[in-house]
Design a protein around this ligand. Structure first.
Ligand code: SF4
Length: 429
């Protein structure tokens, strides 16, 4: 019997066969899965490449690692014209490779439980569209037993900050405290709650916890949250704009989040384009390059103009996103490049201005300066695709770029700068 599951109770999801996941991901298969699919005897008559043509070797000639092949447009060779998986249709859900069965769920250690998180790259997850996650419990138990070793208790909790380690119950108290500040219902707009939570995370990152344990941790977080409006300048509306260098670093990070990274999109031409795009994003002048099929070129200057938003669905989206990622332990530790809780939280916080920047891009391309929840949802499906899954984002260069933003206090400024105009003037408690 596996560990109990901790489910994101506010979230809904059902597969609506959009086929996006079968176009955006390259599916690595185990040897057992490869043999199983070969044994299914697919032929050209099924409109599937027969035998080994359905697979691509990953790595050098002697590598034994394979992935499923993709068509020219990036779709998996088993995806049919109605966006249905042929393996699933003919042999059932359990006959698919494991990554296809798990998506859009993710399982992470959380003390004596296994926390379930979701990937917002799935439009049904971002749109909160489908059955309550509780109703997937039986399927999730099956998947948990396939992906989580029998004892998750063997995983130590992630550090709170470098050199500061708490036990699992206190680590979860810190995570719960951060979630309370950023996600629980408040009068203040989301961007302001995020600024407060960033201040709390920053202070926790500098703290030592020798005498602060148990209930006192929550008291500490509440005290920091109460001090935050004065300390950050929120109370007087005096948060500075991001600096020119901060905006440049931010655009380069954002460019990375809009990159398509499948082999179908790659090659020498892709690398040269990426270099060119990096230079263009550094300049930030003229028109944006075409980074993604959903992001046609728009003027950089337009993305800096005031945007309004009268749609409460935007706040709901980010509150839900942060709740699911924090409850699901999907922002630190083994789920997120081994980062401590406080740094992982700041990386998660950066998702807000990045998503709002992309949402502005989508809105602008449509000739509008009023943003809707649909724009923000679409932007989040692009941004969350890479978050925690792109190897490049776990590497030194990328991490140092984000650390520079953290060290220079740029993330709260970016959050306020790219929030809708209406949210920059809200009341803070
Ligand atoms: S095997 Fe099926 S579920 Fe997996 S990527 Fe291919 S079409 Fe999609």
């Amino acid at each position: 019997m596996g560990q109990p599951l901790s489910l994101p109770v506010i979230q809904k999801y059902s597969c609506h066969s959009c086929g996006n996941c079968c176009r955006q991901h390259e599916i690595l298969v185990t040897e057992e899965e490869r043999q199983r699919i070969l044994g299914q005897n697919w032929t050209e008559a099924d409109d599937v490449p027969a035998g080994m043509k359905a697979f691509v070797r990953v790595g050098g000639f002697f590598s034994k690692q394979y992935r499923l092949a993709n068509r020219e447009d990036g779709a998996c060779v088993f995806l049919d014209p109605n966006n249905r998986c042929r393996i699933h249709a003919r042999f059932g859900e359990a006959a698919k490779p494991l990554p296809c069965r798990i998506y859009p769920f993710a399982f992470h250690p959380a003390g004596d439980k296994v926390a379930v998180s979701l990937r917002f790259s799935c439009p049904s997850v971002a749109g909160n569209d489908g059955k309550l996650i509780e109703q997937h419990r039986q399927d999730l138990h099956v998947l948990r037993d396939l992906v989580v070793p029998p004892s998750v208790a063997q995983y130590p909790p992630p550090a709170i900050s470098p050199g500061q380690q708490l036990d699992w119950p206190d680590t979860l108290r810190v995570v719960e405290g951060l979630k309370g500040v950023v996600s629980e219902p408040h009068e203040a707009p989301f961007a302001m709650r995020l600024v407060i939570a960033l201040f709390v995370a920053q202070m926790l990152g500098k703290a030592t916890f020798d005498k602060v344990r148990g209930g006192r941790l929550r008291e500490l977080i509440d005290t920091l949250a109460m001090a935050a409006p004065e300390e950050t300048g929120l109370a007087t509306g005096s948060i500075d704009d991001p600096t020119t260098l901060g905006k440049t670093q931010f655009r380069l990070i954002t460019a990375q989040y809009t990159t398509r990274d499948t082999t179908a999109a790659a090659g020498l031409g892709y690398r040269l384009r990426k270099l060119q795009h990096g230079l263009e994003f550094t300049r930030g002048k003229g028109m944006t390059p075409e980074m993604h099929p959903s992001l046609p070129p728009v003027a950089y200057a337009d993305l800096e103009k005031p945007f309004t938003c009268a749609d409460a669905g935007v706040d709901e989206l980010f509150s839900r996103y942060f709740t699911v990622k924090l409850d699901g332990m999907a922002f630190c530790g083994p789920a997120f490049y081994g980062l401590p809780v406080t740094e992982g939280f700041m990386r998660l916080a950066l998702i807000y201005p990045i998503t709002m920047y992309i949402a502005r891009w989508i809105t602008c391309a449509d000739g509008r300066f009023t943003l809707t929840a649909k724009d923000a949802q679409k932007a989040l499906t692009i941004v969350d695709h890479h978050h925690g899954y792109s190897p490049a984002m776990g590497m030194g260069n990328f991490r140092r770029r984000v650390q520079w933003l953290i060290a220079h206090d740029e993330i709260p400024r970016l959050a306020m700068h790219y929030a809708p105009e209406t949210d920059r003037q809200g009341e803070v408690e």
